[in-house]
Design a protein around this ligand. Structure first.
Ligand code: PZK
Length: 297
């Protein structure tokens, strides 16, 4: 059993698989991305140095570029913006506005993969939305779909129709989440396409602040999205997420049965995976990772 992480002067509130949340004050939280990585749903013991910073840098990058569509929760991310007890985490910590989180994951899908492909194969629909016949795995969808899911308490999330969202939140809020999810997805997909990267799908989380919808959590990172090199996309097969590929390939060929504990990740796999994250950041943003680190300090 692991103990709750502690930060000077901050109360630990919750932890996800690879992130932690702390309370700052009545209006703010601190989100910390660790360098931990999961493969096949198991968190590995060996961190990937820089991974948490790349994910944080990407979220900051995208929130800046979607602020005209929807306000974001990010309040500060430079060392000087953070509570004193968290300044040593600058780069992988975000000071965010505390929101009333909405209990649905807002997923946009531009391509037919994952649970969407499974549902389509079984009955021709994705989240209850009927699609044309004859689509193949990883085909581009005629239009990006809003495919919300419930946040399951344990295990995997369950896809639901927009009507289910509307029955919980009201038709007006459900429709606003739909519109924002597709608008932010389109913004991301257009941008990455110019850089030779397809945004297959992505998950957003929204919250409310004084009745206003705010984009929260991480935004358009490899943990919340499927990015594909445009050059490797072909319908009929689903390319794996680029970032965890080394780790997954290594885990598969090592003979590990995918039950915890995972074996130690070899040094060269750690190094190559770190390189992937840094390269992904630079390719997506067109900026050097070093420049971001300088801005954070
Ligand atoms: C919030 N999570 C997910 C769980 C994590 C993250 N701005 C916000 N206001 C209130 N609550 C949240 C947010 C955000 N973002 C996000 N849970 C609550 C989560 C565990 C660890 F790092």
């Amino acid at each position: 059993m692991t103990t709750a992480p502690t930060l000077d002067g901050l109360r630990h509130r919750a932890s996800g698989k690879v992130r932690d949340i702390y309370e700052v004050d009545e209006a703010h939280l601190l989100l910390v991305a660790t360098d931990r990585i999961s493969a096949f749903d198991v968190v590995l013991d060996d961190p990937i140095p820089g991974r948490g910073t790349v994910l944080t840098a990407l979220t900051q990058f995208w929130l800046e570029r979607t602020a005209d569509l929807v306000p974001g929760h990010l309040v500060g991310w430079r060392a000087a913006d953070l509570p004193p007890g968290a300044r040593h985490l600058a780069g992988r910590a975000m000071l965010v506005r505390r929101l009333e989180m909405l209990p649905f994951e807002c997923i946009a899908r531009g391509y037919l993969v994952g649970s969407g492909w499974k549902e389509y194969r079984a009955g021709g629909t994705v989240c209850g939305i009927p699609l044309p016949e004859g689509l193949r795995e990883a085909d581009k969808l005629p239009e990006p779909l809003f495919t919300p899911s419930t946040k399951a308490i344990s295990g995997h999330d369950e896809n639901v129709s927009e009507q289910v969202v509307a029955s919980h939140l009201g038709a007006e809020l459900a429709s606003r989440l739909h519109e924002l999810t597709i608008a932010v997805y389109r913004r991301g997909a257009e941008y990455t396409a110019e850089r030779g990267i397809l945004l297959a799908d992505t998950k957003f989380e929204f919250g409310l602040a004084n009745g206003q919808v705010v984009l929260a959590d991480e935004v358009l990172t490899p943990d919340s999205s499927r990015f594909w090199p445009a050059s490797s996309w072909r319908p009929g097969a689903s390319p794996p997420s680029f970032d965890k590929q080394f780790v997954r390939d290594w885990a598969t060929q090592s003979g590990w049965d995918k039950n915890p504990p995972a074996p130690e990740i070899p040094e060269d796999i750690v190094a190559q995976t770190r390189e992937r994250y840094v390269t992904a950041y630079e390719k997506l943003t067109g900026e050097s990772f070093g420049a971001w680190l300088d801005r954070v300090a």
